[in-house]
Design a protein around this ligand. Structure first.
Ligand SMILES: [Zn+2]
Length: 443
């Protein structure tokens, strides 16, 4: 299907330079969408002429049209334990995470949760994510199947852990290797789906399992490697005891060949300069999870420091320790963390973090994360004045940067009116339908 979408277009078409991320906006702009791809982008005065003017038009004037958001670290089996009280990382895992994940031995639980989880992502304007399942291969089949039915570009993987976890959640080095291979062969590169080799974190993998993970990472260099590092001080201390021969927590992974392009490490809070240099030099990615880091009291991720070292950084909700599926809420907390560190993030950087940075983190910035001819048509329609308060605030905003900044600080799922995945509208609120229906043609 070929159609036009009209509204205020805003995105980050180039990677951040020395001066940081840059916005590009077209106040009255149009996307030409053809067969699930963006064919053209430009001002309405140019595109709504000639033969294009007869195409179907979705008119979202007054709304912001931005690329679909990318969440680079989220646990779908933890959907139901979001907002559980009062623990730090290691206690959180034992008290809430492991019991919740044990329920995913039942494929019906996995299937029902996967449907809810993906709908919740879409309701919040998130069109792509890097997702952890549980130790059960069926949990990954469930989320990939549900994503395929929605046409989403999604990466996911089975959690690998063979020690320091309850018996019913442990695999082995051999089954981790075999099951991951089978899942990669079944899902990696099918439709828009990509596989992530997913050891939970160093403490729950034996030496033999880490060796098996390294073998998978070598055999499938275009699959992701997805895990956690240096989130919490007690965790870092535990890793030091478990791996006395490693220079640092990151070095445990590096020693097994796991620090490489397409390796995404959640948190990266308690790293040193050498760790950051290695991540940057080897193309690995840090997932910045501000709501989770604040909620579990883990610490403050220094975005400016990571970028100065040349590390790729994506933004992530980390639900269930994260407290919202909304990337607007997540960006607001990222701003506050950076403010505490004395380097508040600009509106352009917040938009970049929610969109293009996630695409760069997943090495998909030639397909998603910004608008350009040939890019996959994942985009959202956001209403900066969707609530009484945000409407009042939006009236005071002069520039696009001011509008965006207030949207990031005040926004949530109520501010997402329509979500297009691969060119198909997958979410339409009443307000979004009303906005999109008025197919007014230019004079
Ligand atoms: Zn996590």
């Amino acid at each position: 299907m070929t159609y036009l979408v009209r509204g205020t277009l805003v995105h980050c078409p180039v990677p951040p330079g020395e001066a940081g991320a840059e916005l590009e906006s077209i106040d009255d702009g149009v996307l030409l969408v053809e067969k699930g791809r963006i064919a053209r982008i430009g001002p309405a005065s140019e595109l709504l002429t000639g033969e294009l003017s007869s195409l179907p038009l979705l008119d979202y004037r007054g709304r912001l049209i931005m690329p679909g958001m990318v969440d680079v670290h989220v646990h779908y089996p933890q959907t139901d334990i979001i907002a559980s009280y009062g623990e730090q990382l290691l206690e959180w895992l034992n008290r809430y995470t492991f019991p919740a994940e044990a329920a995913f031995a039942d494929t019906a639980v996995a299937a029902e949760t996967a449907e809810f989880f993906l709908d919740e992502l879409l309701r919040n304007g998130t069109t792509s994510a890097l997702v952890l399942g549980t130790v059960h291969p069926g949990s990954v089949d469930a989320v990939f199947g549900a994503a395929e039915r929605r046409g989403m570009r999604l990466a996911a993987g089975k959690v690998l852990m063979d020690r320091n976890a309850p018996g019913n959640l442990r695999d082995s080095a051999a089954s981790a290797y075999r099951d991951s291979r089978e899942l990669i062969e079944r899902w990696h590169g099918r439709d828009r789906l990509l596989y992530a080799i997913t050891p939970r974190f160093a403490p729950t993998s034996s030496e033999a399992q880490l060796v098996a993970v390294g073998r998978l990472a070598r055999e499938y260099p275009d699959a992701y490697l997805h895990t956690h590092v240096a989130e919490n001080r007690a965790e870092v201390e535990w890793v030091r005891e478990l791996f006395p021969g490693s220079r640092s927590y990151l070095d445990v992974y590096d020693g097994h060949g796991l620090v490489r392009e397409r390796s995404v490490f959640a948190h990266c809070i308690h790293l040193d300069d050498d760790d950051r240099r290695r991540m940057a030099g080897q193309g690995a990615v840090a997932a910045f999870c501000p709501t989770s880091n604040l909620f579990l009291g883990s610490g403050l991720f220094d975005y400016a420091q990571a970028r100065a070292a040349g590390v790729r950084v994506g933004l992530a909700t980390d639900v269930g320790a994260g407290t919202s599926f909304s990337m607007f809420r997540t960006a607001a907390e990222a701003y506050k963390v950076s403010a505490l560190l004395g380097r508040p993030l600009s509106a352009a950087t917040l938009l970049y973090l929610c969109t293009r940075a996630g695409a760069e983190a997943l090495y998909l910035d030639d397909r998603i994360g910004w608008f350009g001819a040939g890019m996959e048509a994942d985009f959202i329609v956001a209403h900066p004045g969707a609530t009484a308060m945000s409407r009042r605030r939006d009236r005071r905003s002069g520039t696009i940067a001011e509008r965006l900044f207030a949207l990031f600080m005040l926004g949530d799922d109520r501010h997402v009116e329509a979500v297009f995945v691969n060119g198909s509208n997958r979410l339409s609120t009443d307000a979004g339908r009303q906005a999109g229906r008025s197919e007014q043609r230019p004079g």
